[in-house]
Design a protein around this ligand. Structure first.
Ligand code: GN1
Ligand code: MG
Length: 366
């Protein structure tokens, strides 16, 4: 969705920001929301802010999203402050309107929020070293740990059934049946790949229902690029993209780290010979996550860590494929067949995980 400088400037002017607006530029690679980096001049110093449009086709209730984000960021801020030590750790900080709100709307009926831009840190689309993988997992684990004692009522489910894999699978089957865009033929091998794994889709949900795996507050979109890594220290200092923070399973978060952090290629790379699970990266994620989340995880949760990596990779691949079959209505696409490319990539990664599954499980015993 294209917005002019004038429009963006009008939107940000609804928030309290000191300084003179200079420019807004598109920022990041989100598949759902639209993000801009804004530059201000404040008495000769350049300051940055992040302005984001919340995609309300996907997040149907932006007010609830912001209620969650507010509570979570304030709670983490209180933890950072209580640590009383020099810490590099940060949390997203929302900008406010004059009457204390955190959400504004524009003349087109879209919703926006703004954050202080986190400086001297960056997100990596593809992780380069096991050290980075360790830091990413450590930071996401700490995030869960920080939210164990979030006071107040249960967080809103900003997208119901977000990681309900059997439900995702049912949506996929419906899309195949309907074949709304006549794309089923072209995606036959991918459809078969997924169909052959149907019986695995309910494994985590079942363990949750039987009480073996508890509900926790989780991030639910733990792509490696949702951790900002400090330019100087290399530490994972800030967790971003908080719209899907809600009740979930700890394992979903680990699973999505495996999906996004072990692949040496981006998730839409079409040269599949570049795609696979790097075992050293997996091991680093595993160790980093256990370091900060291991204290509260149950034995069953730990046992299921390798499987979670496979399941979430399958699930996201399933969502890409479903969106392809439905005519690309959910994820942003930048070329024809983009969603199919993504699905192929994810399924190649699933295969690679399957090949190394025994070695992943063997780590549990060490
Ligand atoms: C979407 O927009 P982004 O990249 O933060 C999606 C995730 C997927 C991801 C795949 C709300 O996240 O679930 O894993 O794309 N977010 C939503 O790249 O659906
Ligand atoms: Mg996201």
């Amino acid at each position: 969705m294209e917005y002019s400088q004038r429009e963006l400037r009008e939107i940000i002017s609804q928030f309290v920001v000191y300084g003179d607006y200079l420019v807004a530029v598109p920022f990041g690679n989100g598949n759902v929301n639209d993000t801009y980096q804004l530059t201000y001049d404040q008495g000769g110093v350049r300051l940055h802010y992040t302005l984001q449009r919340i995609n309300h086709q996907v997040f149907k209730d932006p007010v609830k999203v912001m209620d969650n984000v507010n509570r979570v960021t304030e709670h983490i801020l209180s933890k950072i402050r209580a640590a009383h030590v020099e810490t590099k750790k940060r949390t997203l900080r929302l900008l406010h309107t004059p009457d204390g709100g955190t959400l504004v709307s524009d003349h087109r009926g879209n919703y926006w929020r703004a954050y202080i831009f986190v400086e001297r840190a960056r997100a990596y689309e593809v992780l380069e070293t096991p050290e980075q993988a360790f830091r990413v997992a450590e930071a996401f684990g700490e995030f869960q740990q920080n939210l164990v004692d979030l006071p107040g009522k249960r967080l809103y489910e900003t997208i119901p059934d977000f990681h309900n894999t059997p439900k995702r699978f049912a949506d996929f089957e419906a899309a195949v049946k309907e074949d709304r865009c006549g794309r089923v033929n072209e995606a036959k091998p991918e459809i078969d790949f997924l169909m052959a794994r149907k019986k695995e889709t309910d494994a985590l949900i079942k363990l949750n229902k039987s009480g073996d795996i508890p509900e926790r507050i989780t991030h639910n979109d733990t792509k490696a690029n949702n951790i900002l890594i400090d330019d100087l220290s290399g530490e994972g200092i800030c967790v971003i993209d908080l719209d899907t923070v809600m009740p979930g399973l700890s394992l979903y978060d680990f699973g999505d780290m495996v999906r996004s952090g072990t692949n040496p290629a981006e998730e839409d790379e079409v040269n599949l010979s570049k795609v696979g699970m790097r075992f050293d990266m997996y091991e680093a994620l595993y160790r980093g996550f256990l370091k900060t989340a291991g204290g509260f995880m149950t034995a069953t949760e730990k046992e299921m860590l390798p499987f979670a990596g496979k399941l979430i990779t399958m699930e996201i691949g399933c969502r890409f494929l479903t969106d392809y079959l439905n005519g690309d209505t959910y994820f942003k696409v930048r070329r024809p067949g983009h969603n199919l490319d993504r699905a192929r990539n994810q399924f190649k990664l699933v295969e690679s995980i399957e090949e190394q599954f025994e070695a992943m499980r063997a780590l549990l015993k060490r």
